[in-house]
Design a protein around this ligand. Structure first.
Ligand code: ZN
Ligand code: ZN
Length: 188
């Protein structure tokens, strides 16, 4: 069994948090880390005790849902609430943060932003990161690392693919199925 890397571990945590999102526009998760320790986490959601977009629909003004607090800000506010220092910390987010979240992360002293997916990466956000010496790096989640049966599933799919080669399916069709399987498992 290969040991999960820190990057994949924290990024997986953010993807788990995203599954708790209540806004249907975009499910985002953020994990704040200091010295390889998780100090806070957040997801896109309403204020505590508030109604959820998932139940009532989004409250959209100017094409933005105004009900939710973004994952990154929720994670920072958790630190504020419990008095946890964010200076020199790192954040792992499922998506490149929006401009407002970028500003909040910079101002909270976050030094590195790891993101799994590009999301309207705002040029002004990139300018502000560079100006304030905040490093940002894309770290894609390899979902196989959190699938405890991935090896077993991959060998099974692989054995089916081998059988397909002996069938009378066209080479083109087999190649298409193989591509699909590879993209699902990203075997390393
Ligand atoms: Zn919403
Ligand atoms: Zn945001």
């Amino acid at each position: 069994m290969t040991r999960i890397s820190w990057d994949q571990y924290f990024m997986a945590q953010s993807h788990l948090l995203a599954l708790r999102s209540t806004c249907e526009r975009l499910a985002v998760g953020a994990t704040i880390v200091r010295d390889k320790r998780i100090i806070a986490g957040g997801y896109n959601g309403s204020i505590s005790g508030g109604v959820h977009c998932a139940d009532e629909g989004c409250y959209v003004i100017d094409n933005h849902c105004v009900r939710t607090i973004h994952a990154e800000v929720n994670a920072l506010l958790q630190c504020a609430k419990f008095g946890v220092k964010t200076e020199d910390a790192e954040v792992y987010v499922t998506h490149f943060p929006c401009l407002n979240c970028c500003k909040a992360l910079i101002q909270a002293g976050i030094k590195t932003v790891y993101y799994a997916n590009d999301y309207k990466n705002h040029p002004y956000a990139i300018e502000l990161f560079e100006q304030s010496g905040v490093r940002f790096e894309k770290v894609e989640l390899n979902e196989a690392v959190i699938d405890l049966n991935s090896q077993e599933k991959w060998s099974f799919v692989n054995s089916i693919l081998e059988k397909l080669h002996q069938s009378n399916l066209s080479k083109k069709e087999i190649a298409r199925l193989e591509d699909q399987a590879f993209s699902l498992f990203q075997p390393s």
